[in-house]
Write a protein that binds this ligand. Structure first.
Ligand code: SF4
Length: 439
């Protein structure tokens, strides 16, 4: 028999009158009634005993990753996963128009200074870049993300021209292609909707910024009503697109009750499946305080049928860490990730479509995973998180030490344990249990 040990990434989470034994490496779990917890604990502590007393349950503990071969070094497995994800043949190209977005910290999004739209020369450079890059790197997938406050102003020009070009490049090279859009406002003029329907648009992120309205309840209500009326038109026109609403607001003064009521009045249950909603605080100091409020909001949205993406409890590599991920700005400058952090983008795209870097500022294009630090390597959330909050801290140049217990999991902005509970809850209906009789 193999020598077994308990995975270092096991969780015990209370859920109703059960305990969820969850493994962060496999994202598999076993719900166990509270009164049986001690037996499972003794099995985990003594696999040999389990093999004698309950061989089928031992198989279950192994298949869920709660028990693993003693020789496995889980951190090395995570490093291998990171390398695979980093080198995946999937290219994430973010094209920013007019005003690029800036993360002021890990989960907050705001708008930065004006930038001009793309010149003819930059458009040609991007097309050459697509021609070269897709072939040179044997890509299997291209994800083009259009980003900017005034994206709708560019729909019939830059977006149409480059997206249609990318469709042809990907078709010719048998590359899977999808488009995302992140903006504040999207036009629903007939010709724009027709264009969006023609392109492989998978997701549209819309930012609803309630932070500027201060605490004026009436002003916020008006903004929300206008936004939802507009969103309704988009959702009706584009039934196959996933809409992701990113609400930026002081969480304490956000009137969530009337927001969800208005949402439910606007959208049928069928439409809600294609809508996700996330709420971000504008004040970092309140992020921890707001975590339980945010969690409650997310849960209520989920219960109302919105797609809160709980089943996506996957380690998401920050785009700054992926080999094939760049952000291009309207004037042809290139950065490694979608956030500018008030720094100049360190590269530029040439008229031949190559990216050239200013060697002094290319530290983002490093092979070293962001989680290679003592805090993340000793953190039990590592396989789920992969250290995403680190790049933000690094780039901000802050040596602010955040305890791992303070880390919140994106995109929800809640603790990893809460995200796991919600994940398990959404998976529970598919859970088949035929082995607990052995306990
Ligand atoms: S939760 Fe925080 S400490 Fe843990 S791996 Fe993620 S970023 Fe690192």
């Amino acid at each position: 028999m193999l020598e077994l040990k308990e995975s270092r990434y096991n969780y015990r989470l209370h859920y109703d009158d059960q305990v969820l034994f969850f493994n962060g490496m496999t994202r598999q779990f076993i719900p166990v009634p509270l009164f049986l917890q001690e037996i499972v604990e003794s099995f985990l502590a003594n696999p040999y005993k389990t093999s004698q007393e309950s061989p089928r349950f031992l198989d279950k503990l192994k298949s869920t990753g709660l028990l693993i071969d003693k020789s496995i070094d889980e951190i090395e497995v995570i490093r291998e996963r990171h390398q695979q994800a980093r080198n995946a043949a999937s290219y994430e190209l973010i094209l920013t128009l007019d005003e690029p977005f800036v993360h002021q910290n890990r989960s907050e999004i705001s708008l930065a200074e004006n930038r001009s739209a793309m010149s003819e020369q930059v458009r040609q450079s991007i097309k050459r870049h697509l021609d070269r890059y897709v072939v040179q790197h044997h890509l299997q997938q291209l994800q083009l993300e259009w980003l900017g406050k005034g994206v709708h102003q560019h729909l019939q020009h830059e977006i149409k021209e480059i997206s249609e070009y990318a469709v042809n490049v990907c078709q010719a090279n048998k590359v899977d292609f999808q488009i995302g859009i992140t903006t504040h406002y999207l036009s629903f003029k007939e010709q724009d909707v027709a264009l969006l329907k023609k392109l492989p648009v998978r997701s549209i992120r819309l930012l609803l910024d309630l932070s500027n309205q201060g605490k004026q309840h009436v002003a916020k209500e008006e903004v929300v009503v206008t936004f939802l009326t507009h969103l309704k038109q988009l959702v009706t026109s584009l039934p196959d697109v996933l809409f992701i609403l990113l609400i930026q607001s002081d969480i304490q003064s956000f009137d969530f009750q009337s927001f969800i009521q208005s949402m439910n009045e606007q959208f049928s249950e069928q439409e809600r499946v294609n809508i996700s909603v996330f709420v971000h605080d504008e004040l970092s100091a309140s992020r921890q305080n707001g975590a339980s409020l945010r969690e409650d909001m997310l849960r209520r949205l989920y219960q109302s049928g919105y797609n809160q993406q709980w089943e996506d409890l996957l380690p998401m590599l920050c785009s700054g860490e992926k080999r094939h991920a760049y952000t291009m700005y309207g004037e042809g400058s290139v950065g490694k990730c979608a956030v500018s952090f008030n720094q100049t983008a360190p590269g530029y795209v040439t008229t031949h479509g190559n990216i050239f870097w200013d060697e002094t500022t290319t530290r983002m294009d490093s092979d070293i995973p962001f989680f290679e630090n003592m805090r993340c390597l000793s953190c039990k959330h590592l396989p789920l998180c992969m250290g995403q909050c680190i790049p933000i801290q690094r780039i901000q140049g802050e040596d602010k030490v955040v305890a791992s217990s303070d880390c919140l999991l994106p995109p929800w902005g809640i603790s990893p344990e809460s995200a796991i509970r919600n994940y398990c809850s959404s998976m529970m209906e598919h859970y088949v249990d035929d082995d607990k009789s052995e306990l």
